[in-house]
Design a protein around this ligand. Structure first.
Ligand SMILES: *Cc1c(COP(=O)(O)O)cnc(C)c1O
Length: 424
């Protein structure tokens, strides 16, 4: 039970905020001085070259956001699988798509943009990522499904290679949402290189940032060129504005690209800082009834967000409604809400674990499949009983901790003390 006994920081310690180094300004200035203040220029070309090289894929397409990249991934996959839809129809109209459940909703919203129906795959307890066993079960129910969208959570990958193998076995394409996992590896292979189409993010809170932006990654030059064309309003090669298909205004700005270009040099440094933060938490919290993000064998995380989960028998009672929460403080126990309140009280920022998609009101009628192999949805819900809802459980017991690169060791130690005091 937390009793206030720690003073607040005089500045906010963020969950994850942009960390600039100066070089970004050089490239922005270069864009300004040469007047490439548009969606064309050297910075974009360089970002595409570096992004592809870092991820170990052939091509990268610079876009305004990772969400835009995921949308174009979905369109490419949809048209490859089902052909070009009639105008005013989505590329996945009425098709089921297997999607990560415990992720940020931008992973799968693009499936809905294109008329697809997300079916959620429950989370693997040991990795907090999509459960390959549950994915196999899902294909038993729906062998006709041809697309899987899977994300790495918090920069701690599970076995995306196993997910890919299952997709190949069932003749399905894989979209890898590596927004949180840039620089992380599985058996030495970069996240962002497992999907038939993959996406990375330069959003302000990610491991490196352009303030915004993202890249679509692929090994196919035809697909890269189509995505690039769609992203610039799908103009045909003609003296006037000529259009054969629907376009988007999704291209990355050359100014934003300057920031990204400057940041790429610091990716490894940022990962090292995030790793040190994770390890300091792990050491500092080792006597508490909590576990940090699991590290899957053979993987090297980028440690983007440190998170913990409270052991079941150390949870005080916590009840969440759709938008509010109530808990009962208890000696020797705690819960995410209490820990978040305690962290907030010293002017630091935490956050609950991403609320699983199958629990979101928007997707309440959508199916979710777990490793036990039953199709669950709110209507038959978990009423059936005896079914382990891994995502809901991690959400109930998990907290994302302040993981900002610029947090000092002293600041982090105070946060650790505050967390410890919750279990007094
Ligand atoms: C941040 C994030 C996105 C969206 O990235 P943007 O660049 O902000 O569009 C998508 N998926 C996941 C898992 C994310 O964390």
């Amino acid at each position: 039970m937390f009793k206030r006994q720690f003073g607040p920081f005089d500045h906010k310690v963020w969950l994850a905020s942009p960390t600039m180094h100066g070089e970004e300004l050089k490239y922005i200035t270069e864009a300004y001085e040469t007047n490439w203040m548009s969606t064309v220029g050297k910075n974009i070309n360089e970002v595409e070259r570096i992004a592809a090289e870092k991820a170990g894929v052939n091509y990268a397409v610079g876009l305004s956001a990772c969400t835009a990249a995921l949308h174009l991934c979905v369109k490419l996959a949809g048209e490859k699988l089902y052909g070009k839809p009639p105008i005013s129809h989505g590329a996945l109209e009425g098709k089921r798509v297997f999607c990560s459940d415990m992720t940020f909703d931008a992973t799968l919203n693009p499936v809905v943009y294109e008329g697809g129906i997300p079916v959620f795959i429950d989370t693997e307890k040991d990795s907090w990522n999509m459960d390959p066993v549950a994915l196999e079960k899902a294909f038993e129910h729906y062998p006709e499904v041809k697309l899987v969208v899977s994300a790495e959570l918090y920069g701690f990958p599970g076995r995306m290679d196993e997910i890919k193998r299952i997709c190949e076995k069932h003749g399905a394409l894989l979209i890898e949402d590596a927004a949180e996992a840039m620089g992380a590896t599985i058996d030495g292979k970069q996240c962002g290189s497992f999907g038939d189409y993959s996406a990375v993010s330069y959003n302000g809170n990610k491991i490196i940032t352009g303030s915004a932006g993202g890249c679509l990654l692929t090994n196919s030059i035809e697909d890269a060129n189509r995505a690039r064309k769609w992203s610039t309003q799908a103009r045909e090669n003609a003296p006037w504005y000529q259009h054969e298909e629907v376009g988007y205004n999704y291209r990355m700005s050359n100014v934003i690209a300057g920031v990204v270009r400057g940041q790429y040099k610091y990716l490894e440094e940022h990962i090292a800082q995030k790793k040190a933060i994770y390890e300091r938490y792990k050491e500092g919290l080792k006597d508490l009834p909590v576990q940090m993000n699991p590290i899957t064998e053979g993987t090297e995380p980028n440690y983007w967000l440190s998170a913990l989960i409270i052991d079941e028998d150390a949870m005080c009672k916590q009840v969440r409604g759709e938008a509010d929460v109530c808990y009962r403080p208890e000696e020797g126990k705690s819960c995410p809400t209490e820990i978040l309140e305690a962290i907030t009280s010293i002017n630091a920022e935490g956050r609950p674990i991403w609320k699983p998609m199958h629990m979101q009101p928007m997707y309440r009628m959508h199916e979710c499949i777990g490793r036990e192999g039953t199709i669950r949805c709110r209507t038959n819900a978990y009423i059936a009983g005896g079914v382990e809802d891994v995502g809901a459980d991690i959400f109930q017991r998990g907290v994302c901790l302040p993981s900002d690169n610029k947090m000092t060791a002293e600041e982090q130690d105070r946060i650790i003390e505050v967390i410890k005091a919750c279990f007094d």
